[in-house]
Design a protein around this ligand. Sequence first.
Ligand code: MEV
Length: 384
Amino acid sequence: MTEISVSAPGKIILHGEHSVVHGKKAIACAIESRVFVRATTSNSNDGVISVLMSSLHDKQITVQINEFCFFCDKLKDEENPGIEIEKYCAETLSEHADEFMRLAMSCLLYAYYKVFLCSDPITAPHVSLIIESQLPIGAGLGSSAAYNTSVACILLLLSGRISTQSSDSFIELKNENSLNKINELAYEMEKIVHKTPSGIDNSIATYGGAVLFEKGILTKLENMPKLQLLIVDSQVQRNTKTLVSNVEEFLNKFPDIVNPILDAMHGITLKSEILLKNIHANPLNHELLNDLGKLIITNQCLLCGIGVGHPTLDKICLIAKKFGFPAKLTGAGGGGCAIILLHTSSGLLDSNVESMVKVLTDENFICKKAMLGAGGIMTKYTHR
Ligand code: MEV
């Protein structure tokens, strides 16, 4: 019996959400809040594949491996097996009204198909996953990517395609080759959730830290200053896939208007990258922090300009402004989370932060200080 636990971090995007989908640069940082996936397995062909979400009142969903293997025989010539597997889940798991659970199972089955069944088939094990999430679901903090990278890691470990040290406590996976395989598979799984993701979420969940991301290429930001950020969950539900496709539609309809906005976002990312380096070298220079704040406010306006704002996010930004702090949405927008830079023009004011948090909490927003640059994939692996 093998027991594997894998954990991956959530993320915030400092700059570049949406524009990154259109080939521009983005800056993202892993955060301390994580998803944990625990797997138990035994080698039997007649078992089940199951997912249990302990953070969602122990909701569970189960698929018979034999039935799924039979269905997969038909996938051999399919160009896009992900879509077929999604349809399979929609049809066979229809009694599970919960769209979110079905999506989680679709991603797991797709990865299972890729790892165990498609080319070079190996014995398909029974897999039971228990998911615990410290991340709000669908709020722009990368919960689906943290889930998908963790699941990808577990299946690749079970298949022997990657390996990790045996350990009773969580250790960060450092092997570049293994991380690349996880990231590649997780990106394919992300397409099931988001259709045309840029790949930034799965990359940050896999490698952790702070990164500059452009067209699938990730550069670690080594000189990331210790920024003080507050993450505020508006608790407004939204769907990344819909928001991304709305922006695409807007871009196709008005390229002369939307392209310059995306270019301006790119410019903000580039300037911020330089500012971050300079702040790292001069952490007490308020002018640099002020400039970073101005770019945050400007980007928020640009994001509203491409239609991904929301009145509740406006409210959060306005409260932050009243206390002298710059704020913007993070992730796909349309609700979800905002980030507030906890520096005013006169420096960090603890009492101001406390008063602002009180006002935000009284408005029923959920506030959490962000620790940026958390580690990527971590594993805890015991074989008995
Ligand atoms: C990702 O968290 C947010 C978007 O940029 C989509 C993507 O990059 O895939 C909106």
